[in-house]
Write a protein that binds this ligand. Structure first.
Ligand SMILES: NC(=O)c1ccc[n+]([C@@H]2O[C@H](COP(=O)([O-])OP(=O)(O)OC[C@H]3O[C@@H](n4cnc5c(N)ncnc54)[C@H](OP(=O)(O)O)[C@@H]3O)[C@@H](O)[C@H]2O)c1
Length: 336
């Protein structure tokens, strides 16, 4: 049977003189094309769906092109080999997006087994299931896999094939997760991102931008000073932009043009946390002068933060993907 597909968005409005003919054609088309319109959308399963990224993925308009199944931790525990292997929700998936992770960077130092289960073994189980289903796995990873890498010469953006020497439990477990995905032989892409924020788009999230807004507007006495570190540099990434990039990867896979290997997906441009804090204050009409610079040594944490976490977008661009928007313009737009 001849397949006639409908176009929607680009169909020009019918004039009165063409309306009748168009109506008849549409009726005929309806009849002929019903098997096509009944065709299922590609199934995309989001695991870790209640987290910052999982929520943003579901909120993207791009999600409407797919049959989306969103699974929170209570619906699928990625740390359970049996649950992942037997979950009906994963059956017939075209794409699996792993947004689940143990993200408490300091907590991982004292709970390494919990972090390992979710960050290292979770991706292994998901990759095995993806392979079994013939699904494409989009696994999300982190700048923390690099640790405090030292290169000769001045600092430069980190490339996907630069040495990974994580010096935190979170980074180590995430790196094992990456290796497990690669070793599985599943059709997969590993998306490293960094400094993810959601701000007012997810009021319940505890990201850096939300914390700064809280401090600016009342977390401290009005006019008071806050100290923010100025010796860590990275790429602030709006979670909505990251989610759109991930949907693009899903679209590419479903259309037979999958991106494979490791890519970096972060907001364009780099900054220190001090820069981000001051930009937040300015964007919401508070005095950026209330934010003072301090060093990481003044804020000792159980897990050491990388001083240099600037990720190169080269891998992303080489795959033919559009750069994620510039971080400060996005911040101003989202906070306006
Ligand atoms: N946030 C950042 O700045 C950042 C930076 C670089 C990379 N990343 C990566 O980006 C991805 C998304 O992070 P995010 O910011 O969305 O983190 P998030 O808000 O902490 O979300 C992670 C989600 O994973 C869930 N989860 C934890 N253990 C699970 C398990 N055993 N089974 C299923 N789900 C489980 C969590 O559920 P519970 O809340 O119930 O534990 C949470 O909903 C992660 O891979 C993370 O490593 C994030």
């Amino acid at each position: 049977m001849t397949k006639i597909t409908r176009t929607h968005s680009s169909t020009p409005q019918a004039t009165p003189s063409t309306a009748a003919a168009a109506g008849a054609a549409a009726a005929a088309e309806q009849e002929i094309s019903s098997p096509v319109s009944a065709r299922r959308k590609a199934k995309v399963v989001i695991v870790g769906a209640a987290g910052q990224l999982g929520v943003a993925l579901q909120a993207c308009p791009q999600a409407e092109a797919f049959e989306v199944v969103a699974l929170s931790r209570s619906q699928l525990d990625v740390a359970s080999a049996e649950s992942v292997a037997s979950s009906d929700a994963l059956s017939d998936a075209s794409v699996i997006i792993n947004a689940a992770a143990y993200t408490d960077v300091d907590g991982a130092e004292t709970a390494p087994e919990s972090a390992h289960l979710v960050n290292a073994l979770g991706p292994k189980y998901l990759a095995a299931r993806a392979k079994q289903e013939g699904a494409y796995l989009i696994h999300v990873s982190t700048d923390y896999v690099f640790g405090d890498v030292v290169h000769s010469g001045p600092p430069r953006p980190l490339q996907v094939d630069d040495d990974t020497v994580p010096n935190t439990m979170y980074g180590r477990t995430k790196l094992v997760g990456e290796t497990n995905v690669v070793d599985s032989g599943a059709d997969a892409v590993i998306v490293r991102t960094a400094w993810v924020w959601s701000g007012p788009t997810q009021p319940e999230a505890k990201d850096f931008v939300s914390t700064m807004i809280g401090l600016a507007r009342g977390g401290t006495a009005e006019g008071s000073i806050i100290n923010v570190v100025d010796d860590q540099r990275g790429n602030p990434t709006f979670v909505g932009d990251l989610a759109e990039g991930i949907w693009k990867l899903a679209e590419r896979a479903v259309s037979g043009d999958a991106v494979r290997g490791v890519v970096h997906a972060t907001g364009s441009g780099d900054a220190t946390w001090l820069d981000v804090a001051r930009a937040v204050f300015a964007a919401i009409g508070e005095d950026p002068g209330r934010v003072r610079a301090c060093t990481s040594a003044e804020f000792p944490r159980p897990a050491r933060r990388p001083a240099w976490s600037v990720l190169s977008p080269d891998s992303w661009l080489a795959a033919g993907l559009s750069p994620l928007p510039e971080w400060e313009a996005t911040l101003r737009r989202v906070l306006s």
